[in-house]
Design a protein around this ligand. Structure first.
Ligand code: CTP
Length: 402
């Protein structure tokens, strides 16, 4: 498969060289396109050496002949995927509004394939309403965005804006390049994602570190595989996944209500949410004043949604999650039994760079048959794919045994 790799002018441009290599390692042939400002940060020669191909740096070559005048059309036709990393605020604005004033932007307008954008910029620029609006336009157009990561930026600020890890971008591009099977057509998949927030008073709450990324990846993947998806999401900073209408809730009890409302119509239920286990009953609606005295909070257990669904599931397929710090498989097996699940996705949350808040995960699928299937560390979209592969197998087994 052919990838046109657009590199814009930003400090992160040097990471694109690593991305070019990572894409090649995954079997892509890479045509690098450097914007004029990108060439201020990185040398075209680096990309030429890595990709073994001439690097495009300008709309018109010195000869200014017809061949070069229509080269962006050729590049647009010959490539299957257009990846832009780093994508600056400027290029996002130009793509969003169809401004075509250099090779990359004219190629974009002529391109009809899959577009993957990995933005990188200063936090304020990323959060600016103009950029937010451009991102929304590009997402609505069906383009895929790899969110920038939090970290220390070149400008010294700390916040979102750092280009995603090149290996992660390459994995993301590769995961989407395999044709998605339509093996969930006819299924209604109910997915819960994110944390819940349990109010302590009008302004404080109990919650956990779940980002919702695993559940959202599952929702997007299930929709891509033809399922009708209902996503019930706790408070997260993620855009609604493509093809998955999202019901936003806050507390465990709101999540329970949304799940129960849609249980009847669902054929597969995946409970990826990290539901808070305790809440404060009758939390005051006002803000409680601090005092010098020690404070104890009385907490009551929240409803265990998974366990309740387990008692009402009939022939629905039920997948639970287990976030553990110790005895991963044993704990997952215990939850499988007690909550009447068909499969439990177990992840070790104590591991660096996987699980909560991370873009990657590493899990073990624990099945009712006694089988355990380890899924090695990968982007959450790739993990979602493996989970749903297993779900379709279980579905098939269930249908044939009926
Ligand atoms: N879950 C749920 N409702 C709750 C708590 C958990 O539906 N009130 C679901 C989660 O969505 C997840 C699974 O149960 O699919 C595992 O949750 P976890 O909190 O890890 O398990 P617990 O039952 O709370 O067990 P423990 O605290 O012993 O780990």
């Amino acid at each position: 498969m052919n990838v046109a790799l657009g590199v814009c002018g930003g400090v992160a441009a040097y990471k694109s060289a690593e991305l070019a290599r990572a894409l090649m390692e995954r079997g892509f042939s890479v045509q690098a396109i450097l914007t004029a400002s990108a060439t201020e940060f990185v040398r075209p020669l680096t990309f030429a050496a890595l990709t073994g191909r001439k690097v495009i740096t300008a709309l018109f070559s010195a000869e200014d002949n017809l061949a070069s005048a229509i080269e962006h059309i050729r590049v647009a036709r010959e490539n299957d995927i257009l990846v832009v990393a780093p994508a600056t605020a400027d290029v996002l604005a130009k793509f969003a509004h169809g401004i075509a004033d250099d090779f990359l932007t004219t190629t974009y307008l002529a391109f009809t394939g899959r577009v993957v954008l990995a933005p990188a910029m200063n936090t304020e620029m990323w959060n600016h309403p103009a950029t937010r609006e451009n991102v929304r336009i590009l997402r609505d157009r069906g383009h895929e965005l790899i969110e920038p990561e939090d970290g220390i930026l070149a400008c010294g600020a700390i916040g979102p804006g750092r280009l995603a890890d090149p290996v992660r971008i390459a994995d993301f591009v590769a995961a989407g390049a395999i044709p998605t099977p339509r093996d969930l057509e006819g299924e209604v998949v109910l997915i819960t994602a994110g944390p819940t927030q349990e109010p302590i008073d009008a302004v404080r709450y109990i919650s956990n570190r779940s980002s919702g990324k695993m559940g959202y990846a599952l929702a997007e993947e299930a929709a891509a595989r033809g399922a009708r998806v209902i996503l019930v999401s706790g408070p997260v900073h993620l855009a609604e996944p493509r093809g998955a209408p999202t019901i936003r809730v806050r507390t465990a009890s709101e999540m329970r209500a949304a799940v129960m409302e849609h249980l009847e119509e669902s054929s597969i239920i995946i409970k990826a949410a990290a539901v808070a286990d305790y809440h404060r009953s009758n939390a005051p609606r006002t803000k409680e004043k601090k005092t010098a005295a020690r404070l104890s909070l009385e907490l009551d257990p929240t409803p265990d949604i998974l366990a309740e669904v387990g008692t009402k599931k009939n022939d629905r397929l039920l997948v639970g999650f287990a976030a553990e710090t110790d005895h991963l498989v044993e704990e997952a097996r215990r939850k499988l039994e007690t909550k009447n699940c068909d499969m439990v996705v177990a992840n070790l949350v104590s591991r660096e760079g996987a699980g909560f808040e991370s873009d990657e995960n590493e899990v073990v699928l624990v099945l009712r048959t006694g089988e355990t299937i380890p899924v090695k560390r990968a982007a959450k979209r790739v993990i979602a794919r493996r989970i749903l592969d297993q779900v379709t197998k279980l579905r098939l087994a269930l249908n044939t045994s009926r």
